[in-house]
Design a protein. Structure first.
Lengths: 337, 310, 330
């Protein structure tokens, strides 16, 4: 064996991994930048509220009981008399230390609320994400391969219907059919899987279906059309011309290319799933961040709203980062730009 | 094996005297517009979609003539009736006719949908054009802003804005407009970036065409096909979002008839009167289906290459 | 010599939005061992489609091979199903193809090594280690510098000419009996063209393969091909040895083609380029008379009434499909 050949090839593989690492680092920095912009947006947003900025911290009815002097003292305490950039830094440093403020409604640290509720939402969201990815992509691939057969027609039609259904409405119908009428599943509620796995699973089935329905349908459609596009490409014709078997062509040549646009969209799906959790947690009475946000908006509990929005946005950015990195692994052209 | 051919031996010919019998060359007259129309109408689903949308628009416009009852009229004596001859879909908790409320609800959806998509497309397109055309710092700033915007789920964003501005149709439109800026912006940016380097843009600049004219006359039209598809599908998404907001009680609030809030109202009476919740949902599904199928048909007719993108 | 591959009366039609396109309408040709033949014609005359029909790579919803036989190694290839095992065995292993567009013909997400070794593993049953070694040898053979390192690269890291060399390496890798090169250099610049054609000729001699060059460029076939087939509107209108075609062309179209080629050193005769007027006929709406008639300078009465006749012999291995005998008209 050629020694120099071996070493230079090793070097080459290392160099490609290095390109991948630079790519990952670049994406990470980009993600941090976006999170920064998100914080600025949230901060500015909260400051845009009409009325006294003190309302963000203190209940309105309480405020009317206080004298102007006391109000001024409170303003100083919360740093509202300082210029905006200072207030921003004050807030951000608080966030870094884990201090998200105090909820007006619950009168406890917002941090505690988030810590209680976030795992719930993530539990449901994660399940929905995985389910939609697995089901959606497989269905899409199968439809594309069996194009024109009845399987394709039926599944594509179902997918077309699936993207039209409002998730909360599906939830209501599922509750009506499976819980109220048939009694198979509990109507609502949530238990941690660590406490009671079986009950937790039963409670989680309907919400996860509702959360993932749109994503499954849309991923099916997308994967199907992406596969059909890839199959028409010149390099697939080359693969056939080399005498490879159909199975190999599909698995090795087609799917990897077809997944490229699909993976990009999956990153968007996670934001959508979190948006959906706002609705679904209300329908199924699940104590997650989504329902917390809805309630806090109604109750004008702005510290909670602020913190919740920040947390959700950060989680979305994080997951998009992971998606971007897998995109880089799938498509070598991206690593080099 | 280098062959030297003696090509001088070839006969020298003059091409004259070309008379051949009359023969109709070619196939039937071809026009791009005709092709688009015939591809669109060649499959059933887009046609059904178009039909549904036309129906929707007609219902919204002629609601007062179609609806059997006044959607606001309450009649406590007749509350929570199941479907009957008088009230085809029954009545709600305040005695209002469900069918009429659904018919009038189409107005809400159409107005909100068109407004939100219109505003967001305008803003999104402009931002995308600016970002791509001027490049450099502009591009990065605008794109990062869009990325940050996309980190917020649309419903969450609408929640935030509703918390800021309060409830009501106007605020829903504002909230949804802001939430839908990202797709047209990215689309326009992508299209503009890919065309920007073409020579005809350079030629236009050399002729002294102002930047604004170049953007509007040269670059913008290239985005029309995918934009049209995006708008059609976006209308469906907007209606779904608006329904979600009304369901939460943050969008349109009663007594204005809106499909989402009707689902919410009916939720309490799910066991006894499921029609109250189910029928507005069916309306939502139909309309969104119509928009989606029309969008698919448009996309296949205009440029099938977009299938993986939009 | 005995024919290695023989095509008999091949017909491939496409069902399109505007009608039935008769892309290949009854062609017959053959290629022997260690022969280089050229298939010449304008764009749209059916030459690529006929080659794809041999490999059964015609996209099947619009296209279909409706008639004909393709005899290879004693078997009719058209009896085999397009996606079946027998065709998979033949493609790449016995008959290989090089395509026109090097920029899109390689899979962007797989390394060159993977794309080379997969046919080696399938056809020659090599294990991945020796396949890799062989792939590096092949790359060196086709003239890719730094083959040991470049083999781990992806297609987008190669230029067009390099990619076409990789395609040539892929085609040669399993030592096929026939290589079909479909406009292999049309998408490349002239210098690269010359290099690649010389390379292909060397390789063909080195590997004892036959080569079919499909092109619209007469210069290429003049230099490399031993026999030439001229196609027009889905039919072969003239065939013969290269010398005969160039020195004694019998079909008006061939004559016209040769007149179109600019040549050096003609200033003293001030010869103008004489193009062939008109356009090729619409393959959907073929006239009942000779398809070349509107552009032909040698028309006689019968040309306006009957379609062109089958190929008739006018010399040693020289055949023409025309009503008139050009020589007599001089």
């Amino acid at each position: 064996m050629d020694e120099t050949g071996f070493w230079s090839s090793c070097y080459k593989k290392f160099f490609q991994k290095y390109k991948m690492t630079t790519y990952i680092i670049r994406r990470l920095l980009m993600g941090l930048l976006i999170v920064l912009i998100v914080t600025i947006m949230i901060f500015l947003f909260m400051r845009l509220l009409p009325g006294d900025p003190l309302e963000v911290y203190i209940n309105q009815s309480d405020m009317s009981n206080l004298s102007p002097d006391q109000l001024q003292q409170l303003r100083q305490k919360f740093g509202l008399d300082k210029p905006m950039p200072i207030q921003y830094i004050h807030w951000i440093s608080g966030v870094f230390r884990g201090d998200f403020g105090r909820s007006i409604y619950y009168d406890i640290q917002v941090r505690r609320l988030i810590v209680e509720r976030l795992p719930v939402t993530i539990h449901l969201g994660f399940l929905a994400f995985i389910l939609s990815g697995l089901l959606g992509i497989s269905a899409g691939v199968i439809c594309a391969l069996k194009r024109g057969t009845w399987i394709d027609t039926v599944v594509t039609f179902l997918a077309n219907i699936g993207i039209t259904m409002p998730s909360f409405w599906v939830g209501i119908i599922l509750i009506y059919l499976l819980a109220l009428k048939a009694g198979w599943l509990p109507v609502h509620g949530y238990t941690s899987p660590f406490e009671d796995f079986w009950l937790s699973t039963k409670q989680v089935i309907m919400p996860v279906i509702c959360l993932s329905l749109f994503s499954i349908a849309s991923l099916t459609r997308l994967t199907r059309s992406s596969m059909l596009e890839v199959i028409k490409q010149d390099y697939i014709r080359t693969a056939w011309a080399k005498g490879l078997r159909e199975r190999v062509i599909i698995m090795r040549h087609t799917i990897k290319n077809a997944l490229i646009p699909v993976i990009t969209v999956m990153g968007l799906q996670i934001a959508f799933i979190f948006g959906g959790s706002v609705l679904i947690e209300t329908v199924f009475n699940i104590p997650g961040v989504g329902r917390l946000m809805t309630q806090s908006v109604m109750q004008q509990d702005f510290q909670v709203v602020q913190a919740g929005a920040l947390i959700i946005a950060i989680v979305v950015v994080l997951i998009n980062l992971i998606v971007d990195i897998s995109y880089g692994w799938l498509d070598p052209r991206i690593r080099y730009e | 094996m280098n062959k030297g051919f003696d090509l001088e031996k070839k006969p020298e010919i003059q091409f004259q005297n070309l008379d051949s019998p009359k023969w109709e060359e070619g196939s039937p007259p071809y026009s791009e517009f005709r092709r688009i129309i015939s591809v669109f109408f060649s499959r059933p689903l887009p046609v059904i979609g178009l039909f549904i949308i036309i129906l929707l628009i007609l219902t919204a416009i002629f609601a007062p003539f179609i609806a059997p009852y006044d959607p606001y009229k309450m009649n406590i004596l007749k509350k929570l009736r199941p479907p009957s001859h008088e009230h085809l879909l029954g009545t709600d908790s305040l005695g209002r006719d469900t069918l009429s409320r659904i018919i009038y609800g189409s107005r809400t959806s159409v107005i909100i949908g068109i407004s939100a998509i219109g505003i967001s497309s305008l803003i999104g397109l402009s931002l995308g054009l600016l970002a791509a055309f001027f490049g450099g710092a502009w591009y990065h700033i605008i794109m990062r802003f869009i990325d940050a915007l996309m980190a917020f789920p649309m419903l969450l964003l609408a929640l935030l804005i509703a918390s800021l501005l309060g409830v009501g149709m106007k605020n829903v439109i504002i909230a949804l407009s802001i939430g839908m800026i990202a797709p047209p912006c990215r689309l326009m940016c992508g299209v503009a970036m890919s065309i920007k380097e073409n020579d005809y843009i350079l030629a236009a600049r050399t002729m002294g065409m102002s930047n604004f004219r170049i953007m509007v006359e040269q670059i913008l039209p290239n985005a029309f096909p995918p934009l049209l598809v995006m708008i059609t599908i976006g209308l469906g998404a907007t209606i779904l979002a608006e329904a979600g907001l009304s369901f939460l009680g943050i969008g349109i609030i009663p007594p204005t008839p809106a499909w989402g809030s009707m689902v919410n109202d009916g939720y309490k009476f799910l066991l006894t009167n499921p029609v109250l919740s189910i029928s507005p949902g069916v309306a939502i599904m139909l309309v969104v289906f119509g928009f989606n199928m029309m969008g698919d048909g448009l996309r296949d007719a205009l440029d099938p290459r977009l299938r993986g993108v939009i | 010599m005995a024919a290695l591959l023989e095509i008999q009366n091949l017909k491939t039609y496409f069902q399109t939005y505007q009608g039935l396109v008769k892309a290949v309408d009854g062609i017959s040709c053959f290629i022997g061992e260690r022969e280089i033949i050229g298939l010449v014609g304008e764009s749209g005359c059916g030459k690529s489609v006929s080659m794809l029909s041999i490999m059964q790579l015609i996209p099947s919803p619009p296209g279909q091979i409706v008639d004909g036989k393709i005899l290879f190694d004693g078997q009719d290839l058209l009896q085999f199903k397009a996606k079946g095992e027998e065709m998979s065995f033949i493609r790449g292993g016995k008959i290989a193809m090089i395509f026109q567009e090097p920029m899109t013909s390689l899979n962007p997400v797989l390394t060159i090594r993977r794309q080379l070794t997969e046919s080696l593993e399938v056809h020659l049953d090599m294990d991945s280690f020796s396949a890799r070694e062989r792939a590096i040898e092949l790359l060196k053979l086709v003239g890719i510098p730094d083959a040991e390192t470049r083999i781990e690269d992806y297609p987008h890291q190669f230029s067009g000419g390099m990619r076409q060399r990789v395609m040539i390496a892929m085609a040669l890798s399993c030592s096929p009996k026939i290589i079909i090169a479909d406009e292999p250099t049309t998408a490349l610049d002239v210098t690269t063209q010359a290099q690649l054609l010389e390379l292909m000729k060397e390789m063909v001699i080195h590997f004892n393969t036959s080569l079919i060059i499909v092109t619209h460029n007469l210069g290429i076939v003049a230099r490399y091909a031993e026999r030439i087939y001229v196609m027009y509107s889905g039919r072969i209108i003239e065939s013969g040895r290269a010398e005969d075609i160039f020195e004694d062309p019998r079909h008006p179209y061939t004559i016209g083609l040769l007149n179109c080629v600019p040549r050096l050193g003609e200033t003293r005769k001030r010869r103008k380029l004489v193009p062939i007027v008109g356009l090729p006929p619409n393959l959907i709406n073929m006239p009942p008379f000779c398809a070349f008639l509107p552009r032909c300078a040698y028309q006689i009465e019968i040309c306006k009434q009957e379609p062109w006749p089958p190929l008739r012999s006018v010399g040693d291995q020289h055949e023409v499909s025309c009503h008139i005998d050009v020589q007599e008209r001089q």
